[in-house]
Design a protein around this ligand. Structure first.
Ligand code: SAM
Length: 215
């Protein structure tokens, strides 16, 4: 019988804490959210490995370290209204749900959105809404957002995200071309956007009106 809790604890120690993730709330969320439940095969022996994993529709669940780093960059205190672009498996949404008030997550593939919704419901995450659509347009119906996290590679900060980000809000996004990006934190102050570069990264592309064209 697999001890998933022990695997998560080891993942947090060896992949996150040792690489500098230090926010205790982020570490606790990563230890408690059952990553394996968001995979196509919940018994996947690589569920807690140091890498992304295929989730169908040509998409991936991100490496645990990248999920933790992006979450830490959001500076969540528990009261925030968060928009996630790229629901994928729903795993990042669950981590956000542990750390904020409400999460709106947008996915372009119906198959992924439906599966993520079902898993999140099964795990009793009642503060997450998953919507089907083009997240490069944000999700205006529930704006403004205190935080926005984009989990796909974007060519630029899409105008709708900037508009839907609250004053003083933070946006975390991999900015670059299809093959390589820079994880970037964008802060909105007095209506202006300030950019801070975090590190290099590689994400699947954001496909949509303000993203890339379909292959
Ligand atoms: N956050 C996800 C998780 O925890 O599993 C992983 C995200 S995966 C790296 C990127 C996701 O972005 C894919 O599911 C992809 O379909 C989605 N995506 C790409 N372009 C999109 C768009 N314009 N709107 C919404 N989702 C998009």
């Amino acid at each position: 019988m697999r001890d998933f809790a022990a695997e998560r604890k080891r993942m947090v120690e060896t992949q996150l804490r040792r690489r500098g993730i230090s926010d205790p709330r982020v570490l606790a969320a990563m230890e408690s959210v059952p990553r394996n439940r968001f995979l196509l095969d919940p018994n996947d022996s690589g569920a807690h490995g140091d890498h992304p994993i295929s989730i169908g529709s040509g998409q991936t669940i991100s490496q645990p370290y990248m999920v933790a780093l992006m979450t830490e960059c959001l500076h969540l205190e528990g009261t925030e209204h968060v928009l996630e672009i790229g629901t994928g498996s729903g795993y990042q949404a669950a981590v956000l749900a542990e750390l904020s008030r409400r999460v709106v997550s947008v996915e372009r593939f119906a198959e992924l959105a439906e599966r993520a919704r079902a898993v999140l419901e099964d795990l009793d995450y009642h503060n997450v809404d998953v919507f089907l659509g083009d997240g490069s347009l944000g999700w205006p119906d529930a704006a403004p957002y205190d935080r926005i996290i984009v989990t796909a590679a974007a060519p630029q900060v899409a105008e709708p995200w900037a508009d839907q980000l609250a004053e003083g809000g933070r946006l975390v996004v991999p900015l670059g071309d299809r093959w390589g990006q820079t994880l970037t934190v964008v802060t909105k102050r007095a209506g202006e956007l300030e950019h801070a570069r975090i590190c290099g990264c590689v994400f699947v592309p954001l496909v949509g009106e303000h993203g890339y064209a379909e292959d």
